[in-house]
Design a protein around this ligand. Structure first.
Ligand SMILES: *Cc1c(COP(=O)(O)O)cnc(C)c1O
Length: 389
């Protein structure tokens, strides 16, 4: 690996030359099954024909004109995302962290408008919200903060899936917003109690706080719904952030809000040079179109059932603490750190991830076949069985 790159990533000793669907080939021509999809990004897999066609066409038409002008693809995408989500207005960024920055700035504007003194944004331990100064401050993992003092003020972290902790906090703090992942991704595929989101919605209504859902990992069909919150009938966040799966690898993020909140973004309050450019928006429009055409919401639910059945036998192993699956977010928690499994899987031609130390995390493309799912189940099961007890 080039020594002219900053050493902030610990990279595996492989790089890929091309991909097709859920397959990748390295420079030596070895084939791999991709059960990670670039960390929940390439939901449609690699080199999807509709994306290839539409993006090539877009490159030949127009790449960028800036937000000084109307951007037709951006308006089309905003219309589509608001229609799918029930939220009203969209700001486009280039990444997840920037989408969350926009959400946090909205929370501050909202608090200011209410005349709230010393407003705080509450986030959860085990969460991940990005690497900018504000989003790493909101991130509930002390490791990402080391060395970056002084951090911005106005952030408090409490336990995930713990309403009591939130009620306690509300007695002493002015809560402007609650920022939460419907399922924690980087934190280890942590699935809260089924009534957690509804209770958070109720809490936010009572305390006039904004409910900000970080759906950067859970959004765009990953859980078998367009957005994870949609498994709760009638529930709507005030703000939702998206990125990862939205562009299938073309960088794009989005911050969606109810109209009353989005209106706070008056000219001059916020912006981005690249945000929502024609290429990125065409990619996202294509992703949404393919998810619909290929009926991937239903397919993800079917695949999820298949993975649950396939991994069920592992739950009786002494080294397996729990198996957590929702849609195509799959976490197998072991009783000890298991970073070595990533390299072992790579040797067997499978891309997986280990997060939070001891959780084998799978985020396969939404388009995988049952045969590919079975191959993932076989290899991962063998690896988990091989872990010494
Ligand atoms: C990946 C991720 C982010 C950060 O997105 P970037 O594009 O890396 O800035 C934020 N929140 C969640 C839940 C994520 O999974």
């Amino acid at each position: 690996m080039s020594s002219s790159l900053m050493p902030n990533y610990k990279r595996l000793p492989v790089s890929f030359a091309k991909g097709e669907g859920a397959w990748l080939w390295d420079n030596a021509g070895k084939r791999y099954l991709d059960a990670l999809a670039g960390i929940a990004v390439c939901g449609l897999g690699h080199a999807h024909p509709v994306l290839r066609q539409n993006l090539c066409e877009q490159v030949g038409e127009l790449l960028h004109t800036s937000n000084l002008y109307g951007v037709e693809r951006q308006s089309q995408l905003a219309d589509k995302l608001t229609e799918l989500s029930g939220l009203d207005e969209v700001f486009f960024s280039n990444s997840g962290a920037e989408a969350n920055e926009a959400a946090l700035k909205l929370a501050r504007l909202y608090a200011g408008k209410q005349g709230m003194k010393n407003p705080v944004v509450v986030s959860m331990s085990g969460s991940f919200h990005g690497r900018t100064l504000a989003t790493l401050t909101a991130t509930g993992n002390p490791a990402v903060k080391v060395g970056f003092d002084p951090l911005p003020e106005g952030f408090v972290t409490i336990a995930y899936d713990d309403m009591e902790a939130l009620e306690t906090l509300a007695a002493t703090q002015n809560i402007a917003a609650v920022l939460v992942e419907p399922i924690q991704g980087e934190g280890g595929i942590n699935i809260p109690a089924p009534d957690y989101l509804p209770k958070l919605r109720q809490f936010c209504d009572q305390h006039k706080a904004l409910l900000i859902l970080d759906e950067i990992q859970t959004g765009i069909a990953r859980t078998g719904y367009w957005f994870a919150f949609q498994q709760h009938q009638g529930l709507l966040p005030d703000i939702m952030t998206l990125a990862k799966g939205l562009g299938n690898g073309v960088p794009i993020g989005a911050c969606l809000a109810r109209a009353e909140i989005g209106e706070l973004m008056q000219p001059g309050t916020h912006g981005s040079t690249f945000g929502g450019n024609p290429l990125a928006c065409r990619a996202a429009l294509s992703v949404l179109e393919v998810v619909e055409q290929e009926q991937l919401l239903a397919q993800v639910q079917d695949l999820s059932t298949h993975f649950k059945a396939g991994f069920a036998p592992l739950s009786s192993l002494p080294q397996v603490k729990s198996i957590r699956i929702q849609g195509l977010m799959i976490g197998i928690e072991l009783d000890k750190a298991c970073p070595e499994l990533v390299g072992k899987a790579l040797d067997k031609g499978l891309l997986i991830n280990v997060t939070a130390g001891s959780v084998v995390r799978l985020l396969p493309p939404l388009i995988i076949t049952i045969a590919q799912a079975d191959e993932i189940i076989d290899i991962v099961s063998a690896l988990v069985q091989s872990v010494n007890t």
